[in-house]
Design a protein around this ligand. Structure first.
Ligand SMILES: Cc1cc2nc3c(=O)[nH]c(=O)nc-3n(C[C@H](O)[C@H](O)[C@H](O)COP(=O)(O)OP(=O)(O)OC[C@H]3O[C@@H](n4cnc5c(N)ncnc54)[C@H](O)[C@@H]3O)c2cc1C
Length: 398
C-alpha cells in the first residue's frame, strides 16, 4: 500500500516537474509522486526554445544551473506575413535545449529532491471529496471508485494534472478540450546549421494565415526547425494535414531539410478553461496555457506548475480558488493582452505594422518580445501607434 500522497503530479513535462520540485522545495518532507506514461529521457515535439522568463522560473525552483552548458541565443529575426523584417538583439537571451535533454534533467532534479517518479499511465480518477483516487478499482456500476484493501489505486490529498495538450485528467474531471478554433498544430524537426549560428528566425506566411516557420539553433551545429498553423486553417487547406505542415516547412525554410519530424497540438490560451475542479488542478498545456501569438508554452508550464503546487500544498481541501487567484495575479493582464492581440492578429496587416514599428523603435521590439515570450502587456500609446500604422495601410485614400 502506498498510503496517502500529499501531492500526485500527472505528467513529467516542464509543468509537472515544476510542480513536483516546488512541492518538495516548500515542504521537504511532503510525500510527492510524479507519474508519467513514458520513461525519461523521451522526445516531445517542441521548438525547444526556452525564454528568459522560463529560466527565471528554473532559478525560483532552485535548479538555475540545470542548463548552464547550453549557449545563450541573443539574436532574433522576425519576418512578417507581408515581408517586413526586424533583426535585433534580445534584452535577455533565450536558450534552445532539446526537450529530450531538458525534461529528463528536470525529472532527475525532482527525483534528487525526494520526489518518487514512476512510469504509469493514468486512465481513471475519482474525487471523493476528501481524497483523489487515481486508477482505483471499478465500482459496481463500472465507475472507478474507492474501496478498502490492497489495490486501492493511488490516493492523493491533491493532484496537479500536467499531462499535456491531450490531457486525460482534464477529460476525467469534466473540463472540455480546447475548441479547434483555439488550437494550433505544428511540426518540428532538426537540421544542420553552422555551429556559430546564434539567431532565432521566425518567418510568417500570408497563405493560410496565421502560419509561421522557425529555426532555433541549439549551438551544437543543429537547429530545431518547424512550421505551425491553426487547426481550422490546416483542415481547410484541402490536403492531408501532414502534407500541408511538411510543405509549409519546406516552403518557408528552403535548403534546410529536416529529419525526425514530429507534430503535436498547441492549446492556445485564448481558449483556456477553468483550471481544475475540486482537488485537481490543471497546469501547462493541460490548462491550455500556450501563447496564441508565438506558441510559447514552456514558461507558462513552469510557472503554472509552480503555482499549482503552492495552492495544492497550502489549501489541499480546496486548492482551486487559491490557484486561480495566483494565476490571475501573475498572468491576468498578460493573458487579456494576448487574447486581444490574437483577435487583432487575425489581420496579417496588423502584424506587418507591429513588425515594421519594432524595426524602427527598439522599445517596441522589447515589448513584443515580452508579450510573445513572457508575461508582458502592451502600453496603450504603443497599441495606438501600431493600430494607426496598420489603418494607414488599409484605409482607402490614405
Ligand atoms: C511543434 C511545437 C513547437 C513548440 N515550440 C515551443 C518553443 O519553442 N518554446 C516553448 O516555450 N513552447 C513551445 N511549444 C509548446 C510547448 O511544447 C508546451 O507548451 C510544453 O511542452 C507544455 O509542457 P507541459 O508540461 O504542460 O506538457 P508536456 O510537455 O506535453 O508534458 C506532458 C507529459 O504528460 C505525460 N502524460 C500524458 N498523458 C499522461 C497520462 N494519462 N498519464 C501519465 N502521464 C501522461 C506525457 O508523457 C508528457 O511527458 C511548442 C509546441 C509544439 C507542438
Amino acid at each position: 500500500m502506498d498510503g496517502v500522497w500529499d501531492l500526485v503530479v500527472v505528467g513529467g513535462g516542464p509543468a509537472g516537474a515544476a510542480a513536483a520540485l516546488r512541492a518538495r522545495q516548500l515542504r521537504p518532507h511532503a510525500r510527492v509522486l510524479l507519474l508519467d506514461r513514458q520513461a525519461f529521457p523521451r522526445d516531445k515535439a517542441c521548438g525547444d526554445g526556452i525564454a528568459a522568463h522560463g529560466l527565471d522560473e528554473l532559478d525560483l525552483l532552485g535548479v538555475g544551473g540545470l542548463l548552464a552548458d547550453y549557449r545563450p541565443v541573443r539574436r532574433l529575426t522576425v519576418v512578417s506575413p507581408g515581408g517586413r523584417c526586424v533583426h535585433a538583439t534580445v534584452a535577455r537571451p533565450n536558450l534552445v535545449v532539446p526537450r529530450r535533454v531538458f525534461d529528463a534533467r528536470l525529472v532527475e532534479a525532482a527525483r534528487a529532491r525526494g520526489v518518487e517518479v514512476r512510469r504509469h499511465r493514468v486512465r481513471a480518477l475519482a474525487d471523493t471529496g476528501g481524497r483523489v483516487v487515481l486508477d482505483g478499482p471499478a465500482g459496481p456500476d463500472g465507475v472507478t471508485g474507492v474501496t478498502g484493501g490492497r489495490g486501492d489505486g493511488i490516493v492523493a490529498r491533491a493532484v496537479v494534472a500536467a499531462d499535456g495538450a491531450n490531457s486525460t485528467v482534464r477529460r476525467l474531471i469534466g473540463v472540455p478540450a480546447t475548441a479547434d478554433r483555439h488550437t494550433a498544430l505544428a511540426v518540428r524537426g532538426y537540421t544542420d546549421v553552422p555551429a556559430g549560428d546564434d539567431t532565432q528566425l521566425i518567418v510568417m506566411r500570408r497563405e493560410g494565415w496565421p502560419a509561421y516557420a522557425w529555426s532555433f539553433p541549439v549551438g551544437d551545429g543543429s537547429a530545431n526547425v518547424g512550421f505551425g498553423m491553426l487547426l481550422p486553417r490546416l483542415r481547410a487547406a484541402g490536403a492531408p494535414v501532414r502534407r500541408v505542415l511538411h510543405d509549409g516547412l519546406a516552403d518557408l525554410l528552403p535548403g534546410l531539410p529536416a529529419r525526425d519530424l514530429r507534430a503535436h497540438r498547441l492549446p492556445l490560451s485564448c481558449g483556456r478553461p477553468v483550471p481544475g475542479a475540486g482537488r485537481v488542478l490543471l497546469a501547462g498545456d493541460a490548462a491550455s496555457l500556450v501563447n496564441p501569438l508565438t506558441g510559447e508554452g514552456i514558461y507558462y508550464a513552469l510557472l503554472s506548475g509552480r503555482l499549482a503546487a503552492e495552492a495544492a500544498l497550502q489549501a489541499p481541501g480546496d486548492p482551486l480558488p487559491a490557484y486561480r487567484r495566483a494565476l490571475r495575479r501573475v498572468l491576468g493582464r498578460h493573458l487579456r493582452t494576448t487574447d486581444a492581440l490574437a483577435v487583432a492578429a487575425r489581420f496579417p496587416g496588423f502584424i506587418d505594422a507591429a513588425i515594421s514599428t519594432a524595426a524602427r523603435r527598439r522599445e517596441v521590439f522589447d515589448v513584443l518580445v515580452e508579450v510573445g515570450l513572457g508575461s508582458g502587456t502592451v502600453p496603450a500609446p504603443l497599441l495606438c501607434a501600431v493600430a494607426g500604422r496598420w489603418l494607414a495601410g488599409v484605409l482607402p485614400g490614405r
